[in-house]
Design a protein around this ligand. Structure first.
Ligand code: B3K
Ligand code: ZN
Length: 880
């Protein structure tokens, strides 16, 4: 397989001004007739041949301006159709036949349960018809769908329905027209026996938009939260970004078989049912929050993605990074800002940093790819969002808004680049982002090292800050980045006013206890004056940049930050660092053959945190959650992670924390009970979060506390509390307690596939040597289906990502199991197969005994005869 390079970008030689598609849907095949109104790009110097992308298509007819083409006028390959000579302007008619019912890749047109649906981003449209399947070719679409009326009463596509008719033979036909020119990746079609809930939204411009969520009849009762989230998103985008919706209808459809969360097709968003359906009885708090965030994300794409789209797929972060930033701010506004920030920073640090340090590391704007599907990554999405956030920090909210207004106005209807986005931000603010642009082109996580010096006599405090960035594949040497480092100084009585030497003490900053230092050089000094006591530096407030930070805090200093700093993120981070430092010490003790003893400083700090009822319980819960084993393994990568040692140390700390603060846990458990009827609101979510964490620690402290979990399980009226209790029973109870609870849960919920996915996922992470055997036997369970990505993610990715100790069994059986599943999915659904590879790509992070076994599985996969391009790219790069 060949790589595509950003450097090789060429504008299209032809445009398709209008696209008319006619679909005839049948049970054993579908025909697609495409009429493409083509026009030569006057700026192109290419010759007058036309290449159209097309894969897995059966060509049935081909004509230009009504004249059928002779066989020597064109050529077909497995990549597409080459027409040797075409005029300047012409109508191209292409008839193809496709087999959606056999399409297991869930890309292009396919069937999920009994409905037809599409997924075209990034390059799936070419599985529907021959086309210029690239985002810089934007076209006005008219789509006619014909199907059997009884089986498929609902026929949907983008834009407005402009014609409907019943046909004599039990079939019917609906025609849709989308007035907004769009790239093919935003095309969508749905046909099925669907039902909907409907609502309306009055836009700021006074238009009335009809909102519908289409689902199977049995799921109608689970749509309200998504509808509420949609309306909140529409309002928020008007208020915060001045963006109004631009059509009279907005539809969401839920489908069960979907490779990712959802897709922002113009006015016809298609969602994984797990990301739209919810009810208190079946969905956890986290599930409710996911639905809200994804509904918002896809809605926000209407502007950041659809009205202004990407020139090419290297620019993916232009729409994804920006839209993730937008949805994160939306979620922060809807719930607890600090908790949202902590959650995002956790994902970034535990997963994106790992990606940035691994064999698939790439810049936010990659320079080459073999398969674009492999680049829908945490780097493009989450780090990309951090890059936009840093621009927001550097410009300030007002100038940022001027920048986004300018960007949308200047580029409305265009397919543009990350550079265009940055330039709009610069033009609107006057801020020079020249050096900042390196965030788009350099891969790897910068390391910021801070050292300090306090001169008591001169009352001067100096920070020496250095930055560096490790080499990544293809980028041995890095230039310094522009890094906004938000910080403050903590004194005995609270945060100190900041007076930076050489900075005029103006009215606005004179009393400021927080500032943003701009790092631009490999080494810089920042001098603070009138510092009356030796402060504890509070660094990287709000996680102001996606960097690793190194400062040698003492445990006492971490305790001070944890209990008293003004910045919620720093408080959380101090608790994490304290836990890491204690875990390090325990590992050392275990290595030396000693009984682990846990620093009472840490335990006392946790106990008092837990007893402090003035704090946000959600933040307290996050502060008391220990880092995961997989994150600890990432941190230990340089020495070679020892999975058993990590596990034993973490268990020891968990037990110590559970027992030391048992009475506080019990108190927190009792006082955090929610009496009001379930609502997915911040206050209740916070209480349940602390309560369920307390339940977990109580079960760690004493076997008899399993009784609390059993009682909670029996009494639970919502899935958050029920599943949390089940998790505790299954992880900490006896075999019998665990089996009974899991069986009863299955009996109660076997009718609800999304609930059973949570049951599968919970079991994938169960401790003990039998874990792999359990996962294997669940793959044969009636509730499992290898064709459904949600089930594969729940059980298989659940096991390999969340069950560190059992996945990394010393005999390598965990790795062999994962490779087996990847082999089975390799040809059926390459995108999912490729995603599952992720844990194996980290083979260099582990001790050689495990690393070699992991590598052996990658080598076995590499040798498969029919390796998909998706799997090939990840496997081969991981072995390089
Ligand atoms: N844009 C889609 C992702 C498509 C992934 C294609 N492999 C969902 C989103 O980010 O909103
Ligand atoms: Zn997106």
């Amino acid at each position: 397989p060949r790589a595509t390079f950003l450097q090789e970008y060429q504008p299209p030689a032809y445009f398709i001004e209008r696209t008319e598609l006619a679909f005839d849907l049948y049970e054993d095949y579908t025909t697609v007739l495409a009429n493409l109104h083509c026009l030569r790009n006057a700026d192109s110097t290419a010759d007058n041949s036309l290449f159209l992308h097309g894969e897995e298509l059966e060509l049935q007819s081909l004509a230009i301006d009504g004249r059928p083409l002779a066989e020597d006028e064109y050529q077909i390959s497995d990549k597409g159709l080459l027409i040797h000579r075409v005029p300047e302007q012409f109508e191209l008619s292409i008839g193809t036949r496709i087999l959606p019912q056999d399409n297991a890749s869930l890309e292009g047109l396919y069937k999920s349960n009994k409905m037809f649906c599409t997924q075209c981003e990034a390059e799936g449209f070419r599985k529907i018809t021959y086309y210029l399947d690239r985002p810089d070719v934007m076209s006005e679409f008219t789509v006619t769908i014909e199907a059997e009326q009884a089986r498929y009463p609902v026929l949907l596509s983008n834009g407005n329905a402009i014609h409907e008719e019943s046909l004599a033979n039990g079939r019917h036909r609906v025609r849709w027209h989308d007035p907004h020119p769009k790239p093919s990746y935003l095309f969508a079609l749905v046909a099925g026996d669907l039902h909907y809930i409907e609502d309306h939204f009055h836009t700021m411009g006074g238009r009335e938009v009809c909102l519908r969520i289409f689902v199977e009849a049995k799921d109608l009762g689970k749509c309200q939260h998504a509808m509420d989230s949609l309306k909140k998103s529409m309002r928020w985008d008007e208020e915060v970004y001045g963006r109004e919706y631009d059509l009279d209808i907005f539809n969401i459809v839920a489908v069960d078989d979907f490779n990712m969360g959802a897709m922002e097709n113009k006015s016809l968003n298609i969602f994984n049912s797990s990301c739209v359906l919810c009810s208190p009885e079946t969905t956890t708090d986290a599930g409710f929050q996911t639905v809200e965030a994804i509904v918002a994300h896809e809605y926000f794409h209407n502007w950041s993605g659809n009205r202004v789209t990407c020139r090419d797929w290297f620019q993916l972060s232009l729409k994804e990074g920006f839209t993730v930033f937008r949805d994160a701010e939306f979620s922060a506004d809807m719930g607890s800002r600090t908790v949202k920030r902590v959650a995002d920073a956790t994902v970034l640090r535990s997963h994106q940093f790992a990606e940035d340090a691994g064999p698939m590391a790439h810049p936010v704007r990659p320079e080459s790819f073999i398969e674009i599907s492999n680049f829908y990554t945490l780097t493009v999405y989450e780090k990309g969002a951090e890059v936009v956030r840093m621009i927001h920090t550097l410009l300030g909210a007002e100038a940022f808004r001027r920048g986004s207004d300018l960007y949308f106005e200047r580029h409305d209807g265009q397919a543009v680049t990350c550079e265009d986005f940055v330039r709009a931000m610069e033009d609107a603010s006057g801020v020079d982002l020249t050096q900042f642009r390196r965030w788009y082109s350099q891969a790897g996580t910068p390391l910021v090292t801070v050292r300090d010096d306090y001169d008591a006599e001169a009352e001067r405090y100096t920070l020496t800050v250095t930055q560096s960035c490790p080499p990544t594949p293809g980028q041995p040497h890095k230039e310094p980045m522009l890094i906004p480092l938000a910080m403050g100084l903590l004194g005995e009585a609270g945060n100190l006013p900041l007076k930076l030497a050489g900075q005029a003490p103006d009215a606005e900053t004179a009393d400021n206890t927080s500032t943003v230092l701009l790092l631009s050089e490999p080494e810089q000094h920042f001098v603070f004056e009138q510092v009356r006591e030796r402060p504890v530096p509070s660094l990287l407030r709000g996680f102001s940049a996606p960097v690793r930070l190194d400062y040698n805090y003492s445990r006492a200093e971490l305790c001070a930050l944890m209990s008293r700093d003004d910045d919620g993120f720093v408080r959380w981070d101090a608790a994490q660092q304290l836990a890491l430092s204690v875990l390090d010490e325990i590992q050392q003790q275990l290595t030396d053959g000693q009984e682990p003893s846990v620093d009472p400083l840490y335990l006392d700090a946790c106990a008092s945190l837990l007893a402090d009822t003035s704090l946000d319980p959600a933040l307290v819960a996050e502060m008391l959650r220990l880092p995961t084993e997989s994150y600890l393994a990432e941190l230990a990568a340089a020495e070679g992670a020892d999975v058993e040692l990590i596990h034993r140390a973490r268990e020891a700390l968990e037990t110590a924390l559970a027992q030391h603060a048992e009475s506080q846990w019990l108190d927190a458990y009792r006082r955090s009970v929610v009496n009001a009827p379930y609502a997915p609101v911040a206050e209740q979510i916070a209480a349940r979060s602390l309560r369920n964490l307390s339940l977990y620690y109580l079960a760690c402290a004493k076997a008899q506390h399993i009784g609390l979990a059993q009682a909670q399980y029996a009494a639970a009226t919502n899935m958050t509390d029920r599943l949390a209790a089940l998790r505790v029973i299954s992880q900490r109870g006896t075999q019998q307690q665990s089996d009974e609870a899991l069986d009863s849960f299955y009996r109660d919920w076997q009718h609800d596939s999304l609930v059973i996915n949570q049951w599968l996922q919970l079991q994938s992470a169960m401790p003990g040597e039998g874990a792999l055997a359990r996962v294997r036997s669940l793959m044969d369970h009636e509730a499992f289906d290898l064709r459904n990505p949600n089930k594969v993610r729940a059980l298989v990715a659940g096991f390999s990502n969340n069950n560190s100790l059992q996945f990394h069994r010393p005999d390598g059986a965990g790795y062999a199991f994962l490779a087996e599943v990847i082999e089975q999915l390799n040809t059926r659904n390459p995108q999912i197969a490729s995603r599952l590879l992720n844990p194996l790509t980290r083979w260099r992070n582990y001790r050689p005994d495990r690393g070699e076994l992991m590598k052996a599985q990658l080598e076995r996969l590499a040798a498969l005869p029919d390796l998909s391009v998706d799997v090939y790219e990840v496997v081969s790069k991981s072995l390089q």
